[in-house]
Design a protein around this ligand. Structure first.
Ligand code: M6R
Length: 608
């Protein structure tokens, strides 16, 4: 989603801003631009498409300046065309923005009535024109910005470069993240620590409602009342080097194939096999006192939550509620005293999840976040953070973060079960022994990737595909469908297998492949019955199971199948996540879509 950079420098900022924008590419975007102040004039360059297009344009029409702001835009208001790309400029300033100005329509009307002319359709342009309006009436830049911030509504991060000889960038944060980087003779601004990794590791995270004045040698932060405030300096651990694909064709492929190693690390952090103990990264919180667990997340992280609900209820016998973050706070949820609210997010910045977290926090729930990005807005708002240690995930489709989330959620479930007396030392030892096998079993699955490639070759021709499973594997079915649709653009849906006959079975014919996740567990016979119902209607079933395919559906020449290793019920959904990731990846490769940066999607979804 939109990314922001800014440099108040002593040498030309453009090459360094471009480097920072490349670092923000992973967030997803559809246009990019930079604006600088040079010799008393504002200069700008914008391009639709990849940052490479902006690079080329800058070669043809160079822009330079010691002070500048840059942006990657993920379109919300107005198409991805150059006139809507940021920075937006007037004769007095340039503005870049991440988020949504919710009252832009009324402000735009007011400004048009005053004679302002708008070039594009973005909500951001009202910010540029409103500040310009105040500046024209004689108000200085700092007060013009403060007045504007009081009038705009919504969630946003802004960087504003005013042409007033003060060599200052102004920044504001409400909802969307923004971080100031401190240098020796320069200062910086970025959407996250990754953007600033090659510029500074000495960071000030703006807090909700903060705004700031950043010059070469000073940084002043103000709260929403206009009072100057001191915010702590933190030192980022984010690596300065670009993540690279190694010998893989795509980051997604690399991230799928590195799961055995990554999961071994995460398992090592949370489970001590020798001592047969769970080693949680927090001390002093008594999980036995928790009355109810509410788990909130979006997308893939939400499917991890669904798996965890099965585990927690079955093993720990504690009530668990799971919801998608975009719905949660709007349905007026009922909290219980002593409730634990768990938020799962790879990025730690997802706007809906962050808003739900704040809702639960204000209702007095204890907040536990399960995050990949440890330096994130969610980590700063949480009482406890369980890192998943997946390392940078660059592919927009979440893969290794999902399986790492499951491992951490398994640790939580086992701990809660243990402290509630539902699992004894022997029980803990058994589940830890089983989890320790996960990296080896996933290696076995990955070694058979050619079999999945064959299936992907077949399903890539389909227009619609269904994934079905039962229990924890119904969540994996939904995750498989999400993965496939987001990167191959094949329409796919995931269902609890038993639900099919309540509606979706009407879709079944010889052109609709159905991927059946059928582990040999206590629901196996039920799943098989559902797959038989599909086959009885000419549906083409593809079996993913640790039983021979013949045993599952009685044999069929046309049947495709993938053989899984045997595993216990706890470990099984972690393993079944891998073939559905591979299926999606190889189907995308077969179709020639961009597996790493699929159309319309952003890695970090920072608007509601
Ligand atoms: O960063 P988060 O885990 O909060 O992101 C949530 C979803 O946006 C994310 O999982 C999304 O569904 C992935 N692209 C799926 O692969």
């Amino acid at each position: 989603m939109c990314g922001i950079v800014g440099i108040v420098g002593v040498t030309n900022t453009v090459p360094r801003m471009m480097e920072a924008l490349h670092r923000l590419e992973y967030r997803g975007y559809d246009s990019a631009g930079v604006a600088t102040l040079h010799d008393g004039d504002l200069h700008r360059c914008r391009a639709v498409g990849k940052i490479a297009a902006l690079d080329s344009k800058l070669v043809e029409r160079p822009v330079k300046g010691d002070i500048g702001i840059g942006h990657t835009r993920w379109a919300t208001h107005g198409e991805a065309v150059e006139v809507n790309a940021h920075p937006h400029m007037t004769d007095k300033l340039a503005v870049v923005h991440n988020g949504i100005i919710e009252n832009f329509a009324s402000l735009k009307k007011e400004l048009i009535d005053k004679g302002h002319q708008f070039e594009g359709e973005t909500d951001t342009e009202v910010v540029a024109r409103l500040i310009t309006d105040y500046l024209t009436s004689g108000i200085d830049a700092k007060n013009a910005i403060f007045k504007t911030l009081k009038r705009i509504e919504g969630a946003f991060a802004l960087a504003i470069l005013v042409n007033d000889n003060n060599n200052t960038i102004y920044a504001a944060r409400r909802g969307s993240p923004l971080v100031i980087g401190l240098g020796q003779t320069e200062n910086y601004l970025g959407s996250d620590a990754i953007a600033l990794a090659s510029l500074s590791n000495k960071l000030i995270y703006l807090e909700e409602g903060d705004w700031a004045q950043i010059s070469r040698d000073s940084v002043s932060v103000f709260d929403m009342t206009g009072e100057e405030v001191a915010r702590p300096i933190t030192y980022s651990q984010v690596s300065n080097t670009f993540a690279d694909k190694g010998n893989y064709r795509h980051f997604m492929q690399k991230e799928i194939f590195e799961q055995p190693f990554i999961l071994a690390q995460t398992i090592g952090k949370y489970f001590d096999q020798n001592a047969c103990k769970i080693t949680l990264p927090v001390e002093g919180f008594d999980f036995s006192e928790v009355s109810k667990i509410t788990i909130i997340a979006c997308g893939t992280s939400y499917y991890a939550a669904q798996v965890a609900k099965f585990w927690l209820e079955k093993m720990a016998r504690i009530p668990v509620e799971v919801d998608i973050a975009s719905e949660f706070r709007y349905r007026d949820p009922v909290y219980m005293d002593g409730g634990l609210a768990v938020f799962i997010s790879q990025s730690g910045e997802t706007a809906d999840t962050l808003a739900a977290l704040k809702h639960a926090k204000s209702a007095g729930q204890t907040i536990l976040s399960i995050l990949n990005a440890e330096e994130s807005s969610m980590s700063r708002e949480s009482d406890m953070v369980f890192p998943i240690y997946a390392g940078p995930e660059i592919g927009v489709a979440s893969t290794k973060a999902f399986t790492c989330q499951l491992v951490v959620l398994a640790a939580l479930a086992i701990e809660v079960a243990y402290v509630r007396g539902e699992l004894d030392d022997n029980g803990v030892k058994t589940v830890i022994d089983n989890l320790e096998e996960v990296p080896r079993l996933i290696s076995d699955i990955l070694n058979n990737h050619k079999d999945i490639e064959k299936i992907a070759h077949y399903i890539a021709k389909a227009r619609d595909i269904l994934f079905v499973g039962r229990g924890t594997h119904s969540a994996i079915a939904m995750e498989g469908a999400l993965k496939l649709k987001e990167i191959s653009y094949i329409h796919a849906e995931g269902y609890a297998a038993g639900e099919l006959k309540h509606g979706p079975i009407a879709l079944i014919d010889e052109n609709v492949p159905v991927i059946g996740l059928a582990p040999n567990d206590d629901l196996f016979d039920k799943t098989v019955s559902n797959l038989q119902e599909i086959m009885a209607r000419q549906g083409k079933v593809i079996i993913i199971s640790d039983r021979e395919a013949d045993a599952v559906v009685g044999g069929s020449e046309k049947l495709l199948s993938f053989k899984m290793p045997k595993a216990c019920a706890l470990v099984s959904p972690i393993l079944y996540a891998v073939p559905v990731q591979l299926l999606a990846y190889y189907a995308a490769v077969e179709k020639g879509t961009d597996a790493d940066q699929p159309r319309n999607l952003a890695k970090s979804v920072t608007v509601e």
